[in-house]
Design a protein around this ligand. Structure first.
Ligand SMILES: Cc1cc2nc3c(=O)[nH]c(=O)nc-3n(C[C@H](O)[C@H](O)[C@H](O)COP(=O)(O)OP(=O)(O)OC[C@H]3O[C@@H](n4cnc5c(N)ncnc54)[C@H](O)[C@@H]3O)c2cc1C
Length: 402
């Protein structure tokens, strides 16, 4: 493994930094905090347009789809710099759904959807989960029937986060009811403005909105079913793999941690300088060590991808480590900052610019986004350690019949 960037990679990093120096404005950073990375406020829209103009919106896509074919290390550098700057991330439409369409779509489907995504005209909500189908995605019961060249979609999706802002939902529904549950689902795109679609809000802890989405006899063109019928579960897994690759980053937590270290250097509590407190010194030292370890894990994943590998267990390890570390960092730092660190970022008397209280509320999401950490540990077991695949049988209490 090479532990330093090449001259080209350093030049690329500097180019991204120069762009961010001009474009990562204070107004954009504050808006990102306020709307929680949904990327739809005026400042974020302007920023995304600037990324598109540079061609960086789709930088990792192959050239044949209008991308820049940037390799995994360049992509890692790009995402790292964006996160460190505190600006919104690329939407999952670009980083997860589009690469899946490129692999599973027919030529007509690719020609129809990819240019629209590239222009930012299409924004997908991800409609995998249902009330009774989260980790066990294959248990989804929303369904679609093909009638007179149209899919008629019925059912309910849960936690469909961008559905109130997006244009379409990328969803799995049961189309082959007689097949085993993993082989009975298909991937279908449903326009969110189609008659029969109802989106209702669910507000969650970090101040974010997610949604329940209801389909009531929604008619969808036959061509909106992507790839092969019955393969929806596997296509969702493919899209989730792309999603997970971006989840091991520790840059956002690192940025907030550095702000807290600045507070530690300056602040006093009851007349005692925080920087002299042995409890704080020991813990911030430990966190810095863990941040470096997390960063090396994501670099190792990018490096393996660069060499043509498929580091599935490694990306699970990195995602677990970074998400749990983010929770530990926010837990420790809110203790260090005390009550004033819990103030809203609009309050000028907050310490650490108000990032920590926001990240504290956001952090639990990283532990289940892209597949829960418990499931990731299972993946490490069977992909990394050669253990048998986990049994789908339910646990039965000793002394009872299954
Ligand atoms: C704020 C928010 C936003 C979300 N956004 C989206 C979105 O945009 N699109 C979307 O489709 N979904 C979204 N989700 C859903 C999210 O992906 C699910 O919550 C997650 O997959 C877990 O599913 P569940 O909530 O049904 O929990 P369950 O699957 O019931 O799991 C409960 C607990 O049991 C554990 N568990 C379950 N099965 C196993 C097993 N076999 N082995 C070990 N442990 C297991 C889980 O790890 C978890 O800790 C969102 C959820 C939230 C809260």
């Amino acid at each position: 493994m090479q532990y330093d960037f090449t001259a080209e990679q350093i030049a690329w990093r500097d180019e991204v930094r120069a762009f961010l120096k001009d474009n990562a404005t204070e107004a954009l950073i504050m808006e990102t905090l306020e709307i929680g990375n949904e990327g739809k406020g005026p400042e974020s829209t302007k920023f995304m347009a600037a990324l598109q103009k540079k061609g960086w919106w789709s930088l990792a896509w192959p050239k044949e789809f209008g991308g820049m074919d940037r390799d995994p290390m360049d992509t890692w550098i790009f995402v790292d710099e964006l996160e460190k700057a505190g600006v919104p991330m690329m939407p999952l439409t670009v980083t997860s759904v589009a690469p899946t369409i490129m692999r599973i779509g027919t030529e007509e489907q690719k020609a129809y959807w990819i240019p629209k995504i590239a222009k930012g005209d299409i924004d997908f909500a991800l409609g995998y989960s249902e009330a009774e189908a989260g980790t066990d995605l294959a248990a989804a019961t929303s369904k679609a029937e093909l009638k007179d060249g149209k899919w008629i979609v019925n059912g309910q999706k849960m936690w469909t986060t961008m559905a109130h802002m997006g244009t379409h939902v990328w969803t799995i529904v049961r189309t082959e009811p007689d097949e085993p549950k993993h082989k009975g689902l298909s991937m279908i795109i449903v326009p969110l403005d189609a008659p029969g679609v109802t989106v209702t809000p669910i507000m969650v802890w970090p101040g974010l909105r997610t949604n329940a989405v209801f389909f009531d006899n929604v008619e969808v063109p036959e061509a909106y079913q992507m790839g092969q019928r019955g393969m929806g579960f596997y296509y969702a897994a493919m899209a989730l793999n792309f999603e997970r690759l971006s989840l091991g980053s520790i840059a956002m937590a690192h940025r907030s941690f550095k702000l807290v270290v600045e507070v530690v250097k300056e602040a006093t509590f009851d007349g005692q300088a925080l920087k002299d407190d042995p409890w704080i010194r020991e813990r911030v030292g430990r966190i810095q060590m863990e941040i470096d370890a997390a960063r090396l894990m994501t670099l190792e994943t990018a490096w393996a991808l660069q060499g043509g590998g498929m580091p599935i267990a490694e990306s699970s390890m990195s995602k677990i480590y970074a998400s749990e570390l983010t929770q530990n960092i926010t837990d420790l730092c809110t203790q260090i900052l005390g009550m004033s660190g819990q103030l809203h970022f609009s309050d000028k008397s907050t310490l650490g610019q108000g990032w920590m209280q926001w990240l504290y509320r956001l952090a639990p999401m990283f532990a289940f986004g892209g597949g829960t950490n418990e499931v990731q540990r299972d993946i490490i077991g069977f992909m990394g350690l050669g253990l048998p695949k986990p049994s789908s049988k339910k646990l039965v209490k000793p002394g009872t019949k299954s």
